[in-house]
Ligand binder design. Structure first.
Ligand SMILES: [Zn+2]
Length: 93
């Protein structure tokens, strides 16, 4: 079981959170200009990282806010927690 550091609420049990998939997936500026294959690539294709993986999490049973986590997919160890805009979470929060 993971202990996840919510930037606003502090450390909480994994069951309070919802996994939001890979972080830093940019939505295309003009989706109507994409081919079906390009749109499908955006919607469905994600990396299958072995090691450090940046992912989105939502504190669904708490403050309901989104943030990013860098987690090792082999050990499940969380390397860092940071805000969606990339700013680091201050220690002690
Ligand atoms: Zn929270």
């Amino acid at each position: 079981m993971l202990l996840i550091q919510c930037p606003w609420c502090g450390p909480r049990d994994e069951i309070e959170f919802s996994y939001g998939g890979e972080a830093h997936i940019a939505r295309p500026q003009d989706p109507s200009q994409l081919s079906d294959a390009e749109w499908a690539e955006f919607l469905f294709m994600r990396t299958n990282t072995k090691g450090a993986h940046k992912e989105r999490w939502n504190h669904a049973h708490g403050c309901r806010r989104w943030f990013n986590v860098e987690r090792d997919t082999l050990t499940y160890q969380i390397k860092r927690v940071y805000h969606c805009d990339g700013t680091p979470v201050q220690e002690g929060k």
